[in-house]
Design a protein around this ligand. Sequence first.
Ligand SMILES: [Zn+2]
Length: 172
Amino acid sequence: MRIVDSPNQDERPAGVEISLVVIHSISLPPGEYGGEHIERLFTNRLDPAAHPYFREVHALRVSSHFLIRRDGEVVQFVPVARRAWHAGESSWRGRSRCNDFSVGIELEGTDDAPFEDAQYEALAVLLMDLRKSVPLRAIAAHSDIAPGRKTDPGPRFDWPRLLADLARPLPL
Ligand SMILES: [Zn+2]
């Protein structure tokens, strides 16, 4: 796992139990994969002149705990014990401010295209590993916790496959 430190993080509220994983998708520019743009966005170094879309997003102060690239590489931006800024205005089962109690995982991708085998494999390994140290109780889509505002990771994300992967012993 590669570590890239994001300034877009802070303390979780005292005493909060981390119980939720939020699955996202992101690509910069939208629909284009590879390159450094996502890492630059999460470290406040995205060049607004590099693409028209970047003018809209370069000033956002956002992050996630993890990003899973198309080849399955995992990049960590924020320690799990700290709060990453991925969910925005959100609510899960009546509880708002999901950043307080969740782990954010971004998959490099778009809402309307399938994700890669390597991404599902890396995601399953990451979740199994997280469960050793964090009392995770649920996995939600960003669209579940911010309906009407967010649509990621989209209908091409294969939830049955993820759940099957999590139920199966993985090679070490
Ligand atoms: Zn999202």
